[in-house]
Design a protein around this ligand. Structure first.
Ligand code: RB5
Length: 142
C-alpha cells in the first residue's frame, strides 16, 4: 500500500502519479489535498508520514510545488526517511543506500513523464541491505 499526498502546488502532478499507480494496479491511499485551492503542505506531509511509520503503508509519495517544504516536514517525524528526487539516479540510490521510505517531488519542477519514471524507479528498487548502509541509517535519528 502506497500513501500519497500533496498540497495545491503538487495537486496536478499527484493526479498523474495516481493514474500511473492505477495503471500498474498498485494499491494506494490518497491523503489529499483534493484540489488546487491553497492549503498547508505540513498537514499532508504528516498524514502520509504517519501512515508510513505506523506500518499502514509501505511507502509514501509527497508532492508540493518544490518538494522542499513537504520533505522537510516529513523528515521531522521519527522513522521517516524522505528523499527529494528529481531524477531516476537519485531515486534508485536513495532506495539502495538510504532505504528511503517516502519519495518527495516538486510539481513545479518535474513533468509527469519524468515523475512517473522516478516513482517507478523508487518503488521497484530494493534496499541493498549492505552492512555499511545499515550502519549509517542507524546513525540518522537524532
Ligand atoms: C506553495 O506555494 C509552495 O510554497 C509549496 O508548494 C512548496 O513549494 C513549499 O516548499
Amino acid at each position: 500500500m502506497i500513501a500519497i499526498g500533496c498540497d495545491h502546488g503538487g495537486y496536478e502532478l499527484k493526479q498523474e502519479v495516481i493514474r500511473y499507480l492505477q495503471d500498474k494496479q498498485i494499491e494506494f491511499r490518497d491523503f489529499g489535498t483534493d484540489s488546487t485551492a491553497s492549503c498547508d503542505y505540513p498537514v499532508f506531509a504528516k498524514l502520509v508520514a504517519n501512515a508510513v511509520v505506523s506500518g499502514e503503508c509501505e511507502f509514501g509519495i509527497l508532492i508540493c510545488g518544490t518538494g522542499i517544504g513537504i520533505s522537510i516536514t516529513a523528515n521531522k517525524i521519527r522513522g521517516v526517511r524522505c528523499a527529494l528526487c528529481h531524477d531516476c539516479f537519485s531515486a534508485e540510490a536513495t532506495r539502495l543506500h538510504n532505504n528511503a521510505n517516502i519519495l518527495a517531488m516538486g510539481g513545479r519542477i518535474v513533468g509527469p513523464g519524468l515523475a512517473v519514471k522516478i516513482v517507478d524507479t523508487f518503488l521497484n528498487t530494493p534496499f541493498s541491505n549492505d552492512e555499511r548502509h545499515l550502519r549509517r541509517i542507524s546513525q540518522m535519528e537524532p
